[in-house]
Design a protein around this ligand. Structure first.
Ligand code: COA
Length: 222
C-alpha cells in the first residue's frame, strides 16, 4: 500500500447495479493491487457524505423506523461528518474514494464501502486499519452497532472474528436531536500492547530460529 493525499469524488460508484459484473471484477483486481489507505482530510467531506448517505439509504433505510429515515437527509449526514474526519481513514483506488472507516472511543463507528468495491477486500483492509488504531489507543475490546437484519454486514463481521453480543437500545444522533433505536452490539477482543509485543517477539524468534533447523535436518546432512 502507498499513501497519497489528493482525492477524486466517488462519482456514480454508489449507483451501480449490485449484481456481479465484469466491471466489478475489474475493480476487484484493481483493489487487490492498487488499494491505498490514508487519513481523511477536510476536502474529502462531501465525497464521504455522498458515500455514507447513499450506503445508508441502500442498506439501512429498509431496516430503520420511518421517523429515522425521514431525518437521514444528505444535510443530516453532512452535519455529522465533521467530527468524524479526524478519526477516519479512507480507501482509494486510483485516487477515487471507495470506502471509509471512522472510530470513536472503543468503537468502530462507521464503515462504508461503495457497492462496486464490495467483496474486494476493501472493507477488510479498512476494518483492520480501524482495529489497529483502536489497539494503539489502548482498547482491548472493540465494539460496534450493526442494524438488526443487516445480514451482509453481520456475515462480514462474523468472518472477521466478531461475536454478536445481542440487542441493545441506544439513542442515535440526528441533526434534529437523538432518536431511540435498537441494534446488534458486536464485539471483538484485541491483543493488548503487551500481548502484541509477545507475538512480535515470538515471530522474530521463529524467524531467527528457522534457518538453524537445517543443521538438525538429516536430509540436509546427507
Ligand atoms: C458491510 C460492508 C462494509 C462489508 O463489506 P463487503 O465488501 O460487502 O464484505 P464481504 O463481501 O467481504 O463479506 C460479505 C459477506 O456477506 C455475505 N452476504 C452477502 N449478502 C448476504 C446476505 N443477504 N445474508 C447473509 N450473508 C450475505 C457474502 O457472501 C460475504 O460472505 P462470504 O465472504 O462468506 O461469502 C459493506 O457491505 C458495506 O459497506 N455495506 C453498507 C454499509 C454497512 O452496512 N456498513 C456496516 C455498518 S455496521
Amino acid at each position: 500500500m502507498t499513501h497519497h493525499s489528493t482525492a477524486r469524488p466517488v462519482a456514480d460508484l454508489g449507483h451501480a447495479d449490485l449484481s456481479f459484473s465484469l466491471l466489478q471484477l475489474a475493480i476487484a483486481q484493481r483493489v487487490a493491487s492498487d488499494l491505498v489507505l490514508r487519513p481523511a482530510e477536510p476536502a474529502d467531506a462531501d465525497t464521504l457524505v455522498d458515500l455514507w448517505h447513499d450506503g445508508w439509504h441502500r442498506t439501512h433505510a429498509p431496516l430503520a423506523p420511518p421517523e429515522l429515515v425521514e431525518r437521514r437527509t444528505w444535510e443530516d449526514f453532512q452535519s455529522r461528518i465533521g467530527s468524524r474526519l479526524p478519526q477516519a481513514t479512507v480507501a482509494e483506488v486510483d485516487k477515487t474514494i471507495v470506502g471509509f472507516c471512522s472510530i470513536k472511543q472503543s468503537e468502530i463507528d462507521q464503515l462504508y464501502v461503495a457497492p462496486l468495491a464490495w467483496g474486494t477486500g476493501t472493507a477488510q483492509a479498512l476494518l483492520q486499519d480501524g482495529l489497529a488504531r483502536l489497539a494503539r489507543n489502548g482498547v482491548t475490546v472493540a465494539s460496534l452497532i450493526c442494524a438488526i437484519g443487516n445480514w451482509r454486514a453481520a456475515r462480514f463481521y462474523e468472518k472477521m472474528g466478531w461475536v454478536n453480543a445481542g440487542v441493545v437500545t441506544l439513542m442515535t444522533e440526528t441533526s434534529s436531536g437523538p432518536l431511540q433505536v435498537n441494534g446488534w452490539r458486536l464485539e471483538k477482543s484485541l491483543a493488548t500492547p503487551a500481548e502484541q509485543r509477545r507475538e512480535d517477539a515470538y515471530a522474530v524468534l521463529i524467524h531467527v530460529a528457522q534457518p538453524r533447523r537445517h543443521f538438525f535436518n538429516p536430509a540436509k546432512m546427507a
